[in-house]
Ligand binder design. Structure first.
Ligand SMILES: Cc1cc2nc3c(=O)[nH]c(=O)nc-3n(C[C@H](O)[C@H](O)[C@H](O)COP(=O)(O)OP(=O)(O)OC[C@H]3O[C@@H](n4cnc5c(N)ncnc54)[C@H](O)[C@@H]3O)c2cc1C
Length: 416
């Protein structure tokens, strides 16, 4: 077992870190001001993307590149420490074309798109020319159970016609968002896991209406988490992704990589929160002591270090498993990190906010934004409880194969 980063990854870590320090950190204030003024900061985003691309810091998330796909072809394990650095600033990953939900969408298209779909949507996405959204969740049904989805995708001649309402669709308000990957039902009478299909819906199709951009914990994000109505939306039959009835299987394939990327970035956010907490605790004094000299604050620091390192190790193990046995075989580990890391992220942010005093919840630190995003991640890509249920199911199934094997360890007295 090797816990070190390879020379290749170490070199990339330095380059991503330097890029962040030189070009992204100095824009943090401007980004915030423009968002507050209701402007999407496209102006410098496109310049930074061009720079990152020219330096080869581009599409770092995508392994197994095909011929015409720009990127570095890193494994998930190699990408993890780089995503972690990007995760220190909420919007930084877009500069490297490594942001959600586009990465999950690109992986999906990379795996399942037809040649025509690849040319029209995947290549422009990989080049950073357009953005995308993934539309599954609906206001009218409990969407953590994807079999509940009600949006209809109905075949009509050479087209499909879509009717339904979605919400919390991330990226849909991004000015460059051009394509939605929508999940709906093509056959409501089929068995529960073969009713759904995925279809590509260009954002400017007639009948697509973005109703609103929903604030998250009163936090406005410029790329949006939107409510969208699809009213008699007609797209060519060639826009179907995969086969009719394969939507559920495709969703599982998409959510594996998407989930681990969120976790990788969250480790970076937590690490930054700890660094801020440790520094602040050495600057401020109460009752004659620096904050870190109070037992409770030093315990927060120590617990945060333990929890972040535990979480990172599990994320790295999961990345290694995705690389070596595939996302399907790593589904338990993916659920484990998804149920763990956002809570570690918010817990560390919470301690850091407390250490900062009132400033901790002001816009003068990144902590409140990071906490808000960590909290939202306990829903996005499946709520904690669904992941916990999945993990427990797998443990019980495993136990059933060896049921009784622990009997010899029991010391229950014999009953006559
Ligand atoms: C910031 C953000 C971004 C998002 N981005 C997207 C996006 O881009 N595209 C998209 O399609 N969706 C997106 N979502 C939606 C997200 O995927 C859903 O909110 C999530 O799947 C839960 O669905 P729901 O909100 O309908 O909750 P429901 O399904 O109504 O569930 C409510 C609650 O019930 C509990 N629960 C559910 N199942 C179980 C169980 N088995 N055991 C115990 N308790 C359970 C959980 O606590 C859960 O929170 C986003 C959400 C957020 C907050």
């Amino acid at each position: 077992m090797d816990f070190g980063y390879s020379p290749k990854v170490e070199e990339l870590r330095i380059r991503v870190r330097n890029f962040m320090d030189e070009y992204i950190l100095p824009r943090v204030r401007q980004y915030k001001e423009e968002v507050h003024a209701g402007i999407f900061p496209v102006s410098f985003m496109e310049d930074l993307k061009a720079l990152a691309k020219s330096e080869g810091l581009w599409n770092l998330f995508l392994p197994h590149l095909k011929d015409d796909e720009p990127g570095t072809g890193l494994t998930n394990l190699e990408y993890a420490p780089l995503a972690e650095i990007m995760g220190r600033i909420g919007w930084a990953s877009e500069v490297f074309n490594c942001n959600a939900p586009d990465t999950g969408n690109m992986e999906l298209l990379h795996m399942f798109a037809t040649p025509a779909q690849r040319q029209e949507w995947l290549i422009p996405l990989l080049n950073g020319e357009i953005r995308s959204a993934f539309a599954m969740t609906e206001p009218d049904v409990a969407s953590s159970d994807a079999t509940n989805i009600t949006t209809l995708i109905k075949r009509d001649g050479d087209d499909y016609v879509i009717n339904g309402r979605k919400w919390f669709i991330t990226n849909a308000a991004h000015p460059n968002c051009r394509i939605f990957i929508l999940m709906g039902k093509t056959d409501p009478d089929a068995d529960p896991h073969h009713q759904q299909s995925m279809i590509l819906v260009p954002r400017d199709t007639l009948g697509v209406e973005i109703v609103r951009n929903i604030d998250i914990m009163n936090h406005h994000s410029p790329e949006g988490h939107c409510e969208i109505v699809f009213r008699n939306v007609r797209v060519p039959a060639g826009n179907l992704l995969g086969e009719e009835g394969s939507g559920f299987a495709l969703a599982q394939a998409r959510l594996g990589p998407g989930r681990i990327h969120h976790c990788m970035r969250s480790i970076g956010g937590a690490e930054l929160a700890l660094e801020l907490m440790v520094e602040r605790s050495q600057e401020r004094k109460t009752f004659g002591k620096y904050l870190h000299q109070h037992g409770i604050v030093s315990e927060w620091i120590a617990r945060s270090r333990i929890e972040i390192d535990q979480a990172r190790l599990l994320v790295l193990k999961t990345a290694w498993m995705i690389d070596n046995v595939g996302a399907k075989a790593a589904s338990k580990e993916i659920s484990m990190i998804k149920a763990l890391v956002p809570t570690v992220f918010t817990t560390v942010c919470d301690r850091a906010m407390q250490t900062f005093g009132a400033m901790g919840i002001s816009p003068d630190t990144p902590l409140a934004d990071h906490w808000t995003w960590g909290r939202a991640l306990r829903f996005a890509d499946g709520p904690d409880e669904v992941h916990l249920q999945g993990i427990a199911r797998m443990e019980i199934k495993k136990s059933q194969k060896t049921m009784g094997a622990t009997a010899a360890y029991l010391t229950t007295p014999d009953r006559l």
